[in-house]
Design a protein around this ligand. Structure first.
Ligand code: NAP
Length: 246
């Protein structure tokens, strides 16, 4: 289904890492982009300025996705700034590595509040406010296939995101909106590097048969495809983008 251009994409956690690559790629694809951030205001504003400088349309919008009121206000602001929302990319996320036995209540709450409730909050609003013919892409993780020790909390929070993806694709029947997830393997960002030794990073880099870490652009290209005309027949799926790890 075609909608008039330019289409508008909202990327949560678009200030840094994979989210910033998705912002740049969708802007290059011709989308007007809304760059959500929680605390990295300077990064988000600089990225919006970079896109405007290149002739695109961009706005930066602060919202903690774990807060329902923030998310509703974010949709209001993006609609006011850019007219409507056609594509929602749920990219905002955090990673805490801890054995289950040693996980604190605070770690549990933070992980599920941002990764799971944050995605739920935006999906719930998108259910009534995303334009017909739109696209939703949720960022999950290949760690679901690996079940590595200390990743339990993170994997569980993303397993819920994959479940939302499959069910929401069916609940949106009649709206011509696709809902998919992309599940990256290790990608060279702050989230991945934090707390890891150079040796451990090298170990992760050797895991895929393609023998390197993913780059944010490896993931933004997949999101671009799912948001494009060519990706329009893919719905309710999880695409693993990981160089062949699993
Ligand atoms: P990153 O570099 O740490 O960036 C995280 C982004 O999420 C930042 O833009 C941050 O914004 C935003 N964010 C965090 N909490 C937020 C909140 N409460 N509300 C709104 N935004 C929030 O991480 P990344 O590696 O790019 O990860 C992006 C996504 O990919 C995550 O969902 C992650 O789980 C997933 N992923 C990453 C990898 C990997 O190896 N890197 C692998 C698989 C999946 P602020 O700076 O403004 O807080």
């Amino acid at each position: 289904m075609n909608t008039p251009s330019p289409r508008v994409a909202l990327i949560t956690g678009g200030s840094r890492g994979i989210g910033a690559a998705i912002v740049r790629r969708l802007a290059a694809d011709g989308f007007a982009v809304a760059i959500n951030y929680a605390s990295s205001a300077a990064d988000a504003e600089a990225l919006a300025a970079e896109i405007r400088q290149a002739g695109g349309r961009a706005t930066a919008v602060r919202a903690d996705v774990s807060k329902a009121a923030d998310v509703r206000a974010m949709f209001d602001q993006v609609e006011a700034d850019l007219g409507r929302i056609d594509v929602l990319v749920n990219n905002a996320g955090v990673l805490t590595l801890q054995t289950l036995a040693d996980t604190t209540d605070e770690q549990y709450d933070q992980t599920f509040d941002i990764n799971t409730r944050g995605t739920f909050n935006t999906l719930r609003v998108a259910g009534t406010r995303l334009a017909d013919g739109g696209r939703i892409v949720n960022i999950s993780s290949t760690t679901l296939a690996l079940n590595m020790p200390t990743y339990g909390l993170y994997i569980a929070s993303k397993a819920a995101v994959e479940s939302f993806t499959r069910v929401f694709a069916k609940e949106l029947r009649g709206r011509h909106i696709t809902v998919n997830a992309v599940a990256p393997g290790p990608v060279a960002t702050d989230l991945f590097r934090k707390g890891k030794s150079p040796e451990l990073i090298e170990h992760f880099a050797k895991m895929p048969p393609l023998e390197r870490l993913g780059q944010p652009e490896d993931i933004s290209g997949v999101v671009s495809f799912l948001a494009s005309q060519d990706g329009g027949w893919i719905n309710g799926q999880v695409l693993r983008a990981n160089g062949g790890i699993a």
